[in-house]
Design a protein around this ligand. Structure first.
Ligand code: BGC
Length: 494
């Protein structure tokens, strides 16, 4: 009888009846062992442009985001910039104090390429920029905190962007030269590298829909080239590391992919949607066969021919690159914030090409899901558990680190919702581990309040509040700090 009721309710007609969340919309029941493994990594994450400030300090060159915020202020909700932000460039010691108070084992931060090579090229090498990160890494080491270093978190050097950025195949060698500089300077102490942060997001928004820098209108075409060059640059850097640095440095390299779980009663539909989202970059790297997901290859080719093109808009990963990319990551880093229900859209042929047109699915939310201050952010912890299981099954249980997960609000110090979000998502990770998923770490986004891209300073993700109007930018712990520290100390969720 129960099964009968479930089938009727979940047939797609009365969808809300088969949704999974509990009443308060941000909870997840525990399954199995209540303790995290003793070697589990707990940390926090930040990114250079969002916290550092010092936009032209000590020889730093212009980045893409410097140009965007300076020249297109109307594109930022409060017309602010990252020129000063939390001023971590001058105040890293305040961040260090917060990291120590939290007792994290790991800190994920990113390096600003335009501090190292102000015009993007090795000829402009800037020792002051190199020293800044040497100091950060030394201080982390002195305090027993492992660095997880992202090489590019959205903020490309402006000069690299001027010649096409990710859309230019030259980018591959430019990136490898930069990566070698980082391995040479920091590889003795940095053992976990992330090449790129959220390629699908920066490609779709920056090279497709044109609402992020570099504002290129190339939906369904240039955004795909951006993904292609990202994968090639990542793989080329990985291969150099393995052949020239690994023996002496012994580190590992991954890539941070944005992910959401595509929920539906139709498992085939969910599987197809996951190939378009996570699989677009994960399949070429982690699947047994390599290359783009077969479903994308077939469908985008078919759509392209119908549009009158002579080849597919999705680049062809030929044998050579397919081989170089396949297996070129030691772990999969995922950034998980939220999920969506999906259903077939069947958009008419003839519409302008785009990822959305190829994806051809409508997305919706459950009204019961609790929403953060960011419009797109709903608390769906079961989505994280499902993604981790998807990765386990699809990519041979590759090692996973959750490199971002966080909640936005107006910034009160009593942040009950952040604690609920943190707890339910850590529960999702623990449930997945108990179910055999190879998850090794979790980094909360973010350590401190920061410049939230087009939202400026209007939403807060920090465990620590930052007094943005004060010249000394004091950091103050929110209640979530005490909660997270206790989890880190005990390895238990309370
Ligand atoms: C990005 C972060 C950003 C966060 C919250 C992620 O997409 O990597 O830089 O602040 O989401 O929007």
């Amino acid at each position: 009888m129960l099964l009968f009721v479930y089938l009727i309710f979940c047939s797609g007609l009365i969808v809300s009846q088969c949704r999974l969340t509990t009443e308060d919309g941000c909870n997840l029941p525990a399954k199995g062992n209540s303790k995290f493994p003793s070697n589990f990594s707990f940390g926090v994450a930040t990114a250079a442009y969002q916290i550092e400030g010092g936009w032209n300090a000590d020889g730093k060159g212009l980045s893409l985001w410097d140009d965007f915020t300076h020249n297109y202020p109307h594109m930022i909700d409060d017309k602010t910039t990252g020129d000063v932000a939390a001023d971590s460039y001058h105040r890293f010691d305040q961040d260090l104090a917060a990291l120590k108070e939290l007792k994290v084992t790991h800190y994920r931060f990113s390096i600003s390429w335009s501090r190292i090579f102000p015009n993007g090229d090795i000829s402009s090498r800037n020792q002051y920029g190199i020293d800044y990160y040497n100091n950060v890494i030394d201080k982390l080491e002195a305090n027993d905190i492992q660095p997880i270093v992202t090489m590019v978190h959205f903020d490309l050097p402006y000069e690299i962007q001027k010649i096409g950025g990710f859309a230019n195949p030259l980018f591959i060698n430019q990136f490898v030269t930069y990566a070698i500089e980082l391995f040479n300077n920091y590889g003795d102490r940095v053992k976990t590298w992330i090449t790129f942060n959220e390629p699908l997001l920066y490609c779709k928004s920056g090279y497709g829909e044109a609402n992020y820098p570099p504002q290129i209108h190339g939906a369904g075409l240039i955004d795909y080239i951006c993904v292609d060059n990202t994968l090639k640059a990542h793989a080329a850097a990985y291969r150099v590391y393995k052949s020239k640095f690994f023996n002496t440095q012994g580190g590992k390299i991954g890539i941070s992919l944005d992910s959401q779980f595509s929920i539906s009663n139709d498992t085939a539909l969910t599987h197809r949607a996951m190939q378009y989202n996570l699989g677009f970059l994960a399949h070429p790297l982690f699947s047994k066969s390599g290359g783009y997901p077969e479903v994308m290859v077939e469908e985008i080719r078919r759509n392209s021919l119908k549009e009158g093109r002579i080849t597919s808009r999705l680049p062809d990963l030929d044998g050579k690159w397919k081989h170089i990319i396949k297996g070129s990551a030691d772990f999969l880093a995922i950034n998980y914030y939220t999920s969506r229900y999906i259903s077939r859209a069947e958009k008419p042929i003839g519409e302008n090409p785009s990822f959305e047109r190829d994806y051809d699915l409508d997305e919706s939310i459950d009204p019961k899901w609790k929403r953060g201050l960011s419009r797109w952010l709903y608390c769906v912890p079961e989505g994280l558990e499902s993604i981790l299981k998807f990765i386990r099954d699809e990519y041979d249980n590759v090692e996973v680190i959750v490199t971002e997960n966080g909640w936005s609000d107006k910034g009160d110090l009593e942040d009950i919702e952040r604690i609920q979000y943190l707890k339910s998502h850590l529960q999702a990770v623990l449930n997945a581990i108990n179910d055999g998923c190879n998850v090794r770490g979790y980094m909360y986004w973010s350590l401190i309040d920061n410049f939230e891209w087009q939202r400026g300073y209007t939403v807060k993700f920090g465990l620590y509040s930052v007094n943005m109007t004060s010249p000394t930018k004091e950091r103050t712990a929110r209640n979530s700090v005490g909660y997270y520290r206790k989890v880190i100390e005990t390895h238990l969720l309370s």
